[in-house]
Write a protein that binds this ligand. Structure first.
Ligand code: SAH
Ligand code: SF4
Length: 353
């Protein structure tokens, strides 16, 4: 439902200070609002007890505190859950909650759908509907953390590995990241936030210059230019050669590693020769590789590599002194695993892709 009200969720500290001033109040009133929304997670202007009455009145005439609505939740037998969220304009997006013993990981969407069109990815089948605003990105964190009663002391990791290509919506994603990392707001350390990209080279260079950047993961997925172009048509625009140059130039913090993701596709990119080429191309970089067994489905032609192949691939990388980890996606039974997000199981007469 579009109420015509402007959402306060998504405004940063400076914007809220300016908003307070525009309503004739001191900037610190804006800072109070910032704290109330992102630290105390206020859900309505009326609940902001420390704000003066006058200011609240003026605010409620034009603004509200709006979170995405939970449209549906799918619970996996492994404890993870896929949230189908409805935004104010009725756009549907997905986010995934993955608890572990003393921590939890949230997999967030940066766009509704995706335009990048990787041949193995189910999100690609949706095409791009639109970019998400910073408020809609923060809204995913707010809705799931409150639904799950995640305590402030739980170690929370955030990964932008849901729907969309975060670097094609970089300004809104970084605005959200700055608020998520701010100790006055969510206070999630930058080392626990990861943006995953299909390799939008100019945006990677831009991200490199931002002192508030989170960690970066690059979806490599192939060992040659030809192979990568076949899987990821974006490789024509930003070839592997340029991508690797940007990766080598990417500034890393103390003990930080660049992550490369590699989805293993049976008989396509999973041979020892592929692993050897990957080992050579990453040699000398401060990097690790996450090997992701493919999550398949009937609409796409690829199949998962057998586990012996995955382990053999990992072994070749180990011999090249590249640390590689096998990442089994969670929530496969509920369509929540890597690359599976595509609004499956929609209700209310919506068509299921
Ligand atoms: N658009 C960004 C982030 C979202 S995709 C990116 O491409 O990096 C997150 C990860 O899921 C990527 O590494 C992608 O290669 C992987 N992926 C996509 N489809 C998959 C599938 N069907 N099975 C396993 N991993 C998949
Ligand atoms: Fe988009 Fe990432 Fe899927 Fe490629 S793998 S289509 S970039 S979401």
């Amino acid at each position: 439902m579009n109420t015509g009200m402007q959402n306060l969720v998504g405004l940063d500290r400076q914007e809220l200070e300016r908003l307070a001033q525009s309503l004739g109040k001191a900037p610190y009133r804006g800072r109070q609002l910032y704290h109330a929304i992102y630290r105390r997670r206020a859900t309505a202007i009326a609940g902001l007890t420390d704000l003066d009455r006058d200011f609240k009145g003026a605010l409620s005439a034009q603004y509200d505190v709006d979170y995405p609505r939970v449209h549906d939740v799918f619970a996996s037998t492994d404890g993870s859950a896929r949230y189908l969220l409805r935004l104010q304009d009725s756009t549907l997006i997905e986010a995934v909650y993955m608890p572990e013993e003393s921590r939890a990981t949230l997999c967030l969407s940066s766009q509704a759908g995706c335009a990048v069109d990787c041949r193995f990815c189910f999100t690609a089948l949706l095409g791009l509907q639109r970019n998400l605003s910073a408020g809609e990105i923060l809204g995913q964190v707010m809705v799931i953390t409150s639904a799950r009663e995640i305590l402030p002391r739980t170690r929370l990791n955030l990964v932008f590995m849901g729907m969309g290509e975060p670097l094609l919506n970089l300004a809104q994603v970084m605005k959200a990241v700055h608020i998520l990392a701010d100790p006055q707001a969510f206070g999630i350390p930058l080392r626990r936030i990861t943006i995953s990209t299909s390799g939008i080279v100019p945006r990677m260079n831009e991200m490199a210059r931002d002192p508030g950047r989170p960690k970066l993961a690059v979806s490599l997925n192939a060992s040659t230019e030809e192979q990568r172009t076949e899987l990821m048509p974006i490789n024509r625009k930003y070839p592997l050669h340029d991508l690797l140059r940007a990766c080598r130039a990417y500034p890393l913090r103390h003990r930080e590693l660049l992550t490369f993701e590699y989805v293993l596709l049976d008989g396509f990119n999973d041979a020892d020769a592929d692993a050897l080429r990957v080992g050579k191309m990453l040699g000398g970089m401060r990097a690790k590789v996450n090997l992701i067994p493919y999550n398949s489905g009937t609409e796409l032609p690829y199949r998962a590599s057998p586990m012996e192949r995955v382990l053999a691939f990992q072994q070749v990388l180990a011999e090249c002194r590249i640390p590689a980890y096998v990442r089994i996606s969670r929530g496969q039974d509920i369509g929540a695993a890597c690359g599976q997000l595509r609004l499956k199981g929609m209700r209310n007469g919506d068509t299921t892709p």
